[in-house]
Design a protein around this ligand. Structure first.
Ligand code: C2E
Ligand code: CA
Ligand code: CA
Length: 295
C-alpha cells in the first residue's frame, strides 16, 4: 500500500517478499527486540542429546526463538547477532538461562528418567563484559534450586578465538560455580590448540560440517577421527552435532563417538514434547541396521 501510494494516486502495487523485508528492516526489528523479553515473546525449544549406542537422552540443548507479533516465529539466526549489537543479548541471555535451568529443575523434581538429565545453554561472550549481566548470570547459577553441575554453557569456538572483551576471564569465574563448559561449533572457529589446552573446557561439540562431510571433502573422516583422538588425549567429552542420516550415526559410532544430536535423532521441540519423550522412557531410536559389524 505504501509503495503504491508513494508512486502516485490511483495505482496498485503487487506485494513481494523483498519489499516486505525492506519495509520491516533492521531498525524496526531492533526496536521490537528491546521489548521482546518484557513482552514475554521469547520461547525455548530443547533438542535432545543422546548416547549414540543406547539412545538414552542424556541432556537437552536450549535454543531460543522469538514469537514476533507480526513476523511469526523467528529463529535465533535472525536476532541474536542483532541483539549483540544493541546490547539486548544481556537480557535475552539471562532469560534463556533462567528459563532453562528452572525447566530442568522442574523436570528433575517431577519426572522419571530425568535424575541425571542436564541442560546446555548457549552463551554469547557479549553477555559477559557488563558486570551487572555477569552478576545476574552468577546469581541464577548460584540459586540453591539449580544444580550447576547439570548446566552446560556453550560458547562458540570463534567467540573464544576472538576473546570478546576478555570474556574468557569471566568464563573462568563462571566455571568456579560448578558448570561445565562446551566449545560449540568446534573445528570451524580457528581457535588455536594452545587456547584449548589452557581453557577450562569439558566438552567439544563437533560442528555439523564434519559430521556431514561438507567441511573437508574426502578428508572429513580422518579429521573427525583426529578430533576424537584429540578430545580423548585432553580427557574432554565429545558431542557430535547435526546428525541427519543413518550413515552419519553409524560412522560416528564406528569411530567411537559416544554422544550426539541431530535431526535424525530428534529435532528441537517445546518442553511438552520433551516431557512426553522422557515420560515414555527417554530413549531415541538408534537400533543397528542389519549387517553392521560389531564395534
Ligand atoms: P548451535 O548452538 O550450533 O545450535 C544448533 C543449531 O543447529 C540449532 O539451530 C538447531 O536447530 C540446528 N540443528 C540441530 N540438529 C540439526 C541437524 O541435524 N541438521 C541441521 N542442519 N541443523 C541442526 P537454531 O535453533 O536455529 O540455532 C542457531 C544458532 O543460534 C545456534 O547454533 C546458536 O549458536 C544460536 N543460539 C540459539 N539459541 C541461543 C541462545 O539462547 N543464546 C545465544 N547466544 N545463541 C543462541
Ligand atoms: Ca550450541
Ligand atoms: Ca553448534
Amino acid at each position: 500500500m505504501y509503495m503504491a501510494k508513494g508512486a502516485g494516486k490511483g495505482r496498485y502495487q503487487l506485494f513481494d517478499a523483498q519489499m516486505h523485508d525492506n519495509m520491516v528492516g533492521r531498525s524496526a526489528l531492533k526496536a521490537d527486540l528491546a521489548l521482546a523479553v518484557e513482552a514475554g515473546q521469547l520461547r525455548l525449544e530443547y533438542q535432545p542429546v543422546a548416547d549414540l549406542r543406547t539412545g538414552e537422552v542424556l541432556g537437552v540443548e536450549a535454543l531460543v526463538r522469538w514469537q514476533h507479533p507480526t513476523l511469526g516465529l523467528l529463529p535465533p539466526g535472525e536476532f541474536i547477532g542483532l541483539s549483540e549489537e544493541t546490547g539486548d543479548i544481556e537480557a535475552i541471555g539471562c532469560w534463556v538461562l533462567e528459563t532453562a535451568v528452572r525447566q530442568l529443575a522442574r523436570w528433575r523434581a517431577t519426572m522419571e528418567h530425568c535424575d541425571s538429565l542436564w541442560v546446555a545453554v548457549n552463551l554469547s561472550l557479549y553477555q559477559l563484559p557488563n558486570p551487572h549481566s555477569l552478576a545476574a548470570i552468577k546469581r541464577i547459577l548460584s540459586d540453591p534450586a539449580v544444580q550447576s553441575e547439570n548446566v552446560v554453557l556453550e560458547v562458540t569456538e570463534s567467540a573464544l578465538a576472538a576473546d570478546v572483551d576478555g570474556g574468557i576471564a569471566s568464563l573462568n569465574s563462571l566455571k568456579v560455580l560448578g558448570v561445565r563448559l562446551a566449545v560449540d561449533d568446534f573445528g570451524t572457529g580457528f581457535s588455536s590448540l594452545s587456547t584449548l589446552a589452557s581453557l577450562p573446557v569439558d566438552i567439544l561439540k563437533i560442528d555439523r560440517a564434519f559430521v556431514s562431510g561438507h567441511a573437508s571433502g574426502p578428508r572429513s573422516v580422518p579429521v573427525l577421527d583426529a578430533i576424537l583422538v584429540l578430545a580423548d588425549k585432553l580427557s574432554l567429552a565429545v558431542i557430535a552435532e547435526g546428525i541427519e542420516e543413518r550413515e552419519q550415526l553409524d560412522l560416528l559410532r564406528r569411530l567411537g563417538c559416544s554422544t550426539g544430536q541431530g535431526y535424525f535423532l530428534a529435532r528441537p521441540a517445546p518442553a511438552p514434547v520433551i516431557e512426553a519423550l522422557m515420560a515414555s522412557g527417554g530413549l531415541l531410536d538408534v537400533t543397528e541396521p542389519a549387517g553392521l559389524k560389531p564395534l
